[in-house]
Design a protein around this ligand. Structure first.
Ligand code: NAD
Ligand code: DAU
Length: 336
């Protein structure tokens, strides 16, 4: 049985990953999370009392706190999700992104290496590759060309992970995934924001002309990909993860309105995101051929399930859309 330290496990993808680990059994899981605006222990309420699970509130950029977690729990594997994750917030203020994503990742690498960790999985993003034109896909050898403060900070973390492997022989692996959707996603991101606005009869703010393309993956498919990399990936390697579901934003928004039985008059085209990447698309050949991973969900079915989840979990949605969320929403959208 291995003991796995999951950072950022109270966030969207981390909470789904912890649930998957506990369902699989055979592991002890320690969740280290600072509980920023994006971290919510209600997302793990169903597993909070499981014997193989422990939560520690702590900040990955604070070395003392990270050292204390390693001393108390002695993990042999780290799966690193903790990050500032929202592009629009990084445009408003990049400082927390540099602190957590860059400095926090280096603290974790240092402490994990000093404690003899056997495997370090770094969860990164396709945004490190920058933007595509109308054709082509990101492969693991596409040059890194980040365009937003968020993606630049994630690229910094990817390079620190690469350096830990090359310089110190520390057994690190990196995953780079496309846009996730599904249960427990904070409603600052496109899909939950549009679902909850539509349910409230509020306008749906589409940036620019709505023709930017994202490549969508259901969150549990991303989690099964990370698990495959954790169990069978090769040290020092990068694995792209993507669900083969490229869509223009406007198509996603119209599909959501159809699923919710709402009219397209709710759509409002607003001022574009500065530096808005045009298109992302993942070539997932490597993880499929090397590790035998495949996404299990189609976009149409999983999007319908996601809409149903947000409809049925009004209490979770209400608690995350607190005063702080309302302040952010006003800052981000009122002047557009
Ligand atoms: P999220 O914003 O929902 O969750 C981030 C979690 O990290 C939160 O629980 C937060 O409290 C925690 N955290 C933030 N700063 C911390 C710190 N200093 N110390 C400890 N914990 C801290 O993010 P997410 O969407 O679940 O993304 C998780 C990871 O996956 C990120 O690294 C992100 O870059 C990557 N990723 C996300 C997507 C996506 O579509 N959401 C796609 C590819 C990769
Ligand atoms: O590609 C992986 C990345 O996907 C992750 O690394 C990030 O953590 C995650 O946030 C996501 O980044 P995006 O910027 O692509 O996701 P977001 O949901 O913010 O936006 C998706 C698209 O929708 C993007 O083209 C911008 C557009 N959009 C977004 C919002 C919030 C709108 O048109 N209106 C909106 O209100």
């Amino acid at each position: 049985m291995s003991k796995i330290l999951v950072t950022g496990g109270a966030g969207f993808i981390g909470s789904n990953f912890i649930r998957l680990l506990l369902q699989r059994g055979g592991h002890q899981v320690v969740n280290l999370d600072a509980l920023t605006y994006a971290g919510n222990l209600e997302s793990l309420a169903d597993v909070a009392n499981e014997p193989g699970y422990a939560f520690v509130k702590g900040d990955i950029a604070e070395r003392d706190q990270v050292e204390a977690v390693f001393a108390a729990h002695r993990p042999s594997v780290v799966v690193h999700f903790a990050a500032e994750s929202h592009v629009d917030r990084s445009v408003l203020d990049a400082s927390a992104f540099v602190r957590t994503n860059v400095m926090g990742t280096q603290v974790l690498l240092d402490v994990a290496r000093a404690n003899g960790v056997e495997r370090f999985v770094h969860v990164s993003t396709d945004e490190v590759y920058g933007s595509l034109g109308a054709t082509g896909k990101f492969t693991e050898s596409t040059p890194l060309a980040p365009n937003s403060p968020y993606s630049a900070s994630k690229t910094g973390s990817d390079l620190l992970v690469r350096a830990a492997f090359h310089t110190h022989g520390f057994p690190c692996l990196t995953t780079r995934c496309s846009n996730n959707y599904g249960p427990f996603q904070f409603p600052e991101k496109l899909i939950p924001l549009m679902i909850l606005n539509a349910l409230d009869g509020k306008s749906l703010p589409v940036y620019g002309d709505g023709k930017n393309v994202r490549d969508w993956i259901y969150v549990t498919d991303h989690c099964s990909g990370i698990l495959a990399v954790m169990e069978r990936g090769r040290d020092g390697e990068v694995y792209n993860i993507g669900g083969n579901a490229e869509k223009q934003n406007i198509e996603v928004v119209k599909t959501l309105l159809g699923l919710l039985g709402k009219g397209e008059e709710l759509i409002t085209f607003v001022k574009d995101r500065p530096g808005h990447d045009l298109r992302y698309a993942i070539d997932n050949t490597k993880i499929r051929s090397e590790l035998g991973w495949e996404p299990a969900h189609s976009f149409d079915t999983a999007l319908r399930e996601t809409v149903d989840w947000y409809r049925s979990n009004a209490a979770w949605c209400g608690s995350v859309r607190s005063g702080a969320y309302r302040d952010y929403y006003a800052r981000q959208y009122d002047a557009r």
